[in-house]
Design a binder for this molecule. Structure first.
Ligand code: ILE
Length: 385
């Protein structure tokens, strides 16, 4: 071989050997598309941590049927276009057996069709909008959807504060905040709570004074907020600046500690639902919380808990199948093994249920889990009793 040719080939050889040492043949590659930068990063980093912790645990216990789990993690920045790019990379280039994520429902509506077309499971751990699992039989989620959580949250908040009427504020250009709004609207009608005014904002807005002034004039007992955490926190702060003292009722977006990073004490008394609570002292949850603190030096949140559980759900499904090495076959075998999996995880007992039927379409699988209602107090989410 000529010297020139060797020089040309060398980087390729190095690359190949590098890949081989990072992932030996028996590794099971699982993709994770998460928002690790941008406004949704606080959710995405918690999700990444939950997955890393669970993968380390499974691997330390010998892996799955002798195979180690290898997480291939990509930043989708909380953007639709990036979620599409990252899904394509994980599915077609990295040849992941399954893809977890993306973080936001808004991105899942863009990226999941790629996974369904390629017959690869897209497993959402934080997508709570309606219609996610209607995208196809390869879409799974363990994130309990707004439609299941908000009626329970609203009923508990109404009782706790003796609420007679509410105002609503929501983001009208994000799939999750829009879906949460629709669910809140139906829930308030069902529970016979009049709405004094409904105000909307757009992604990236930072000044909510116009909407909040209208809400103030309508004199509600509480404010319903279908928002992502950063917007919710700024809305709460600006409400207090206008001299308004009403408590907030939120959806899944408000479950992040980012609420307190921005709103500080003004976040107190906000009520939101989730399947997870740090006060749920089951052995699985206690072990999760202690291991998370030891590894990351901070408390976990519900996004970390759901990610952690999702990895254990997939590990349980993998234990039931014998991987053949033929990627297409193995991806389908995993999709077929998942629906029957049940675990007792950080978020409690978990099972899947088939998504509501859609005519002429195969659907995926939702979470079958009860919602717990939390209230913010002193920078923490505590159980509403
Ligand atoms: N549950 C929401 C969604 O589906 C957010 C996820 C809060 C981070 O987009």
């Amino acid at each position: 071989m000529q010297f020139k040719t060797i020089l040309k080939t060398l980087p390729l050889l190095m690359l190949a050997s590098g890949l081989a040492s990072a992932a030996h043949a028996a590794d099971v590659k699982l993709g994770l598309a998460a928002a690790l930068t941008g406004p949704a990063a606080k959710y995405g980093v918690a999700i990444k941590n939950g997955f890393s912790l669970a993968a380390d645990e499974v691997n330390a216990a010998g892996g799955v049927n002798g195979n180690k789990l290898l997480l291939v993690i990509e930043d989708e920045q909380g953007k639709k276009e990036e979620a599409i790019n990252v899904f394509k990379k994980l599915i077609f280039k990295d040849k992941a057996l399954l893809v977890f994520g993306p973080t936001l429902s808004n991105s899942a509506f863009a990226a999941d069709p790629i996974a369904n077309a390629a017959k690869v499971v897209a497993f959402g751990t934080s997508n709570t909008a309606d219609g996610i699992t209607a995208m196809g039989p390869f879409t799974f989620r363990n994130s309990v959807m707004e439609a299941d959580v908000l009626p329970v949250t609203t009923r508990a908040a109404v009782k706790h504060f003796g609420i007679k009427k509410v105002a609503i504020i929501y983001g009208n250009d994000d799939a999750f905040t829009k879906s949460g709004y629709d669910v809140f609207k139906g829930t308030l009608a069902d529970q016979k709570i009049p709405v004094t005014t409904t105000e909307a904002y757009a992604k990236g807005d930072v000044d909510f004074k116009a909407q909040l002034t209208k809400i103030k004039a309508s004199n509600p007992d509480a404010i319903v907020c279908s928002c992502l955490t950063e917007e919710a926190a700024n809305i709460i702060l600006q409400t207090r600046a206008l001299g308004m003292k009403q408590p907030f009722i939120g959806g899944n977006g408000l479950n992040s500690p980012k609420l307190f990073d921005i709103a500080k004490g003004a976040g107190d008394d906000t009520i939101m639902g989730s399947p997870w609570s740090s006060e749920n002292l089951t052995p699985a949850n206690k072990a999760f919380i202690a291991a998370y603190k030891a590894k990351f030096g901070s408390d976990p949140d519900q996004f970390a808990a759901q990610a952690y559980d999702a990895l254990h759900v997939v590990a349980a499904a993998l234990k039931k199948i014998k991987l053949s090495g033929a990627l297409d076959k193995d991806r389908i075998a995993l999709q077929q093994a998942l629906p029957a999996v049940t675990i007792d995880g950080a978020t409690g007992k978990f099972a899947f249920r088939k998504a509501p039927p859609v005519t002429g379409k195969e659907v995926g699988y939702d979470a079958q889990q009860e919602a717990i209602v939390n209230i913010a107090k002193g920078g923490k989410f505590i159980l509403l009793k």
